[in-house]
Design a protein around this ligand. Structure first.
Ligand code: GBH
Length: 442
């Protein structure tokens, strides 16, 4: 069964996504201040291949060519993030106009090419100066974030189709302060839950500040959701799966949609729970125009720990390929939370692509991953879930955080020596789905 646009609702948006630190490079150009990822990458042992985003895909310079590739790909929309330290090098106060100008050129460049800009304000590159006062564990940073959101929205709000506040607050809090895999690399659950609360508070305050500007851009937040399945129906496995779901998903979904933390998790976290001030949860519950969902895999949980089914397929990240998890997740969101338009803001897979001698990089596994997950999205829409669009992660191979350049997610292969971009078969397939004839190179 070949997928076509007709399998999706009228007006469904197809796009692809990137983030600032992962592709831009130009880490100290035009007044950009240091971010926590610049710092983290310099700490020995943090990044598996010892690299950083200093150069990355050099998109800061190559953006016009990259936007031409997007046009050739035929996407309706492009999701990118803005680097806060380009716009406010120390995270507060005066605006660095050169930084904001870059994003203005990018947005105008997209519009000129008929591509709708979907902006994300925060994809993890916190100004280092704000980490120096405690980062997201400091409530003050939430207020700084709302000011930054206002600055960006004043300039670009009337030209972008959509603004997401945060990308994956789970990663910026629990993965960064509890698990310690991302910047700033701490292992302290109490700090992690404080960070999570202030991230969500910053999201809510930013929503309110942006709402007041009335620009017409859709406003929302992007969550990474990892559905947790119990390995069996033993009560202890069910309980473990419920905890995993609370830790990964409900800790963020419940405050945003219900204005409350999940009771079972609040009890399980005991003394580590955050300080919640009067009014915080009301702010966090500010109504959304959309929810962005990033989906990569599921978890299969038993009381003994996470299981890896032997029959399953795994990507280069060692994440199980489980497309059913995406349709299950969407149906569940629709059933358990208030209806809101949903975008799949990221979905994709890493595979160890090798650049051969041919014109195209052959990546059948990634292509199959996209086909299966897009079919799962189409299936969810037939079950009544209001999914408005899908963004493939990622447009380009890029700096994959703790994995450096050792993991490739792109529709386009990037040769980091030459910065040459090469089409992958998955990119050609996506182009075909989008129903534009391949354009001959000129
Ligand atoms: C996204 O994070 C990021 O937004 C993006 O920048 C990044 O490049 C992309 O994914 C690929 O990593 O960790 O084994 O328990 C996704 C982060 C991935 C975190 C799946 C939870 C669950 C599997 N999520 N992960 S596991």
């Amino acid at each position: 069964m070949t997928l076509t646009r007709k399998d999706f609702p009228q007006g469904f948006i197809f796009g692809t996504a990137t983030s600032s630190y992962q592709i831009e490079g130009a880490a100290s150009e035009d007044g950009r201040g240091p971010s926590i990822w610049d710092t983290f990458c310099r700490e020995p042992g943090r990044i598996h291949d010892g690299t950083s985003g200093d150069v990355a895909c050099d998109h800061y310079h190559l953006w016009p060519e990259d936007l031409d590739l997007l046009r050739e790909l035929g996407v309706d929309a492009y999701r990118f993030s803005l680097a806060w330290p380009r716009i406010q090098p120390t995270g507060s106060g005066a605006v660095n106009e050169k930084g904001l100008d870059f994003y203005e050129r990018l947005v105008d460049g997209l519009l000129e090419r008929g591509i709708q800009p979907y902006a994300t304000l925060y994809h993890w590159d916190l100004p280092q100066a704000l980490q120096d006062i405690g980062g997201w564990t400091n409530r003050e940073v939430a207020h700084r974030f709302a000011e930054y959101a206002e600055v960006v929205t004043r300039r670009l709000g009337n030209r972008v189709r959509s603004i997401a506040t945060l990308n994956e607050p789970w990663c910026s809090s629990l993965l960064s302060y509890d698990i310690g895999e991302h910047a700033p690399g701490l292992r302290d659950r109490r700090l992690a839950l404080a960070a999570a609360h202030h991230l969500m508070l910053g999201h809510g305050e930013a929503m309110q500040a942006m709402r007041a500007l009335n620009t017409g851009a859709d406003l929302g937040v992007v969550l990474n959701l990892t559905p947790a399945y119990p390995a069996s129906d033993r009560p202890e496995d069910l309980a473990a799966a419920r905890f995993a779901d609370g830790y990964a998903n409900r800790w963020f979904l419940d405050p945003v949609f219900r204005g409350e933390y999940p009771q079972d998790m609040w009890e399980a976290f005991g003394a580590d729970v955050p300080e919640v001030q009067a009014g915080d949860l009301e702010t966090i519950r500010e109504p959304l125009d959309f929810l962005g969902v990033n989906y990569y895999t599921r978890s299969l949980v038993s009381a003994e720990g996470t299981q890896k089914p032997a029959q399953a397929q795994y990507t280069h990240m060692d994440w199980e390929v489980y497309p059913q998890g995406l349709s299950d997740l969407l149906v569940r969101l629709n059933r358990e939370y208030p209806a809101v338009p949903i975008y799949i803001t990221e979905n994709g897979a890493a595979y160890p692509d090798e650049r051969g001698s041919g014109e195209t990089v052959n990546d059948p596994d990634r292509l199959a991953y996209y086909q299966a997950h897009l079919a799962a999205v189409a299936d969810a829409t037939r079950q009544g879930v209001d999914v408005r669009g899908y963004f493939a992660w990622s447009m380009l191979d890029n700096f994959e955080w703790a994995y450096g350049y050792s993991r490739r997610f792109g529709l386009f292969y990037v040769d980091y020596q030459t910065q040459e971009r090469t089409w992958k078969t998955s990119g050609r397939w996506y182009q075909g789905l989008l129903n534009r004839a391949p354009v001959a190179a000129d």
